[in-house]
Design a protein around this ligand. Structure first.
Ligand code: TTP
Ligand code: MG
Length: 424
């Protein structure tokens, strides 16, 4: 953990400088791609979506160029609403009532083409950074701490933007900050074609006036609840007593409070590296006897620890999950002072965390390792993750994963097992 990241706006005075994180997000990405192969669309309102042809009625907007957004067209809108706000330019010939300047170009979604453009952008991002985490087709975090320094970070980010514009032909907005969450907010700050740098000492000042909606992980429901509590801005959240937040939102409330203060200890991890390993088993019937449950915990603990060892991962957090009827999910976890690879400790900790549920009726149990660290040089291959079955939690879920814990340990046939690696 980096002390510097814990004290936003304060130079930690230590040897280790604050990380330099870039969040890169392409501007109206699908529309920009359409403009690449049809330059006449530049500067025009462009809507990419489905369902706008004369005989179609159902469909939605994937994205709209900023010129089209000025007419009120936006992502996820029903195409019928978009057409009301911005009729098709193609219909002008048949409809003399239309003002051509208040119409736009509609294009269908062509994922294959957008993927190829995204791949070109990605190549540049990988050339510019030591660590790249791709989060969606047009969005990635870069750790460039070793490539630049704070006084020249803006120039570095401009260089990344310029390369993408010159070599691929699309514009991206970039946020530069010492944490992932502030970099993300910063990339959105001056969109399109934006570049916002938030130096470590300026984090609190930057966040302070922002509406709570802009904070990491806050959707409309949480925002409404925060407003009800009298919290309108990030500064309001940062300065409040965190207890009511934790009471209202649980762990997420604590996280919200920290994010509003600019605290975010997450480091940029390469795409494909998991955040946690977990194994779960559902019981056919709810059991009250502790014996079989303890045995299941042991089995799951061994399986999950073996998985971590196989992947060269150390872990700092050991947790369990117990689902009691009707479907109440309880989680407990213990964080260690340092990362370990210790299967016996996983078993002991899991059993002791599970003790409070031993005599309860339990539908499902799970063991989870988190706060992973990967030993240098043992970076995991992507195929390793793909081969693992990952199926949704559910009563009657049957895993086809031949390596799942129960079977490997030789037959707890009452168990339905599945494996899940959490990536985000
Ligand atoms: P975004 O980055 O959210 O949007 P954008 O790039 O179009 O616009 P912005 O300038 O605000 O970043 O999403 C990237 C692409 O993902 C977008 O071009 C189209 C697609 N998309 C959908 O298909 N449906 C949606 O609801 C959203 C939000 C995006
Ligand atoms: Mg985008």
């Amino acid at each position: 953990m980096r002390e510097g990241a814990r004290l936003p706006g304060v130079d930690d005075g230590g040897d280790e400088p604050e990380p330099i994180v870039l969040h890169v997000d392409a501007d109206c990405f699908y529309a920009s791609c359409e403009r690449l192969r049809e330059p006449a669309l530049r500067g025009e309102p462009v809507v990419v979506g489905m369902g706008y042809e004369a005989d179609e009625t159902v469909g939605a907007v994937a994205t709209a160029s900023y010129e089209a957004r000025a007419f009120g067209v936006e992502s996820a809108q029903a195409i019928s609403s978009a057409l009301e706000r911005l009729p098709r330019r193609a219909d002008c010939a048949d409809r003399p009532d239309l003002d051509e300047d208040a119409t736009g170009y509609y294009r269908p979604v062509d994922m294959e083409f957008y993927q190829s453009v995204a791949a070109d952008v990605r190549t540049i991002l990988h050339e510019c950074a030591d660590v790249v985490r791709e989060v969606s087709i047009d969005e990635a975090y870069l750790d460039v701490s070793e490539r630049t320094a704070w006084p020249v970070a803006e120039g570095f980010a401009r260089h990344v933007k310029d390369r993408i514009r010159r070599e691929v032909g699309v514009t991206v907005s970039v946020g530069v900050a010492s944490t992932m969450s502030v970099a993300k907010i910063a990339s959105d700050f001056e969109k399109p074609d934006g570049l916002t740098v938030v130096e470590p000492a300026a984090v609190r000042e930057f966040l302070a006036p922002l509406s709570v909606d802009l904070l990491y992980g806050v959707g409309p429901v949480t925002a409404r609840e925060l407003r009800r509590m009298g919290l309108e801005t990030a500064a309001d959240v940062a300065e409040t007593d965190p207890k009511p937040l934790v009471d209202a939102f649980g762990e997420r409330g604590r996280e919200l409070y920290e994010r509003a203060r600019g605290v975010d200890d997450r480091r940029v991890e390469p795409t494909g590296v998991p955040k946690s390993f977990s194994r779960e088993s559902a019981f056919d019937a709810s059991l009250e006897a502790p014996g079989p449950k303890r045995e299941t915990i042991r089995t799951l603990a061994a399986a999950v620890a073996e998985r971590a060892t196989r992947e060269g991962a150390l872990y700092r957090t050991i947790g369990i999950k117990a689902v009691t009827p009707p479907y109440d999910v309880h989680t407990r976890e213990n964080s260690l002072p340092g990362p370990v690879d210790d299967p016996d400790l996983v078993e002991r900790t899991a059993l002791s965390l599970f003790a409070e549920f031993e005599r309860e009726r339990v539908r499902k149990v799970g063991v989870r390792l988190a706060n992973l660290e990967f030993a240098a040089g043992e970076q995991t291959s992507l195929e390793g993750w793909d081969g693992e079955a990952s199926v949704p939690v559910g009563e009657d879920t049957v895993s086809t994963d031949e390596q799942s814990a129960g079977r490997r340990r030789g037959g707890q046939s009452t168990l339905v097992d599945f494996a899940n690696d959490e990536h985000d």
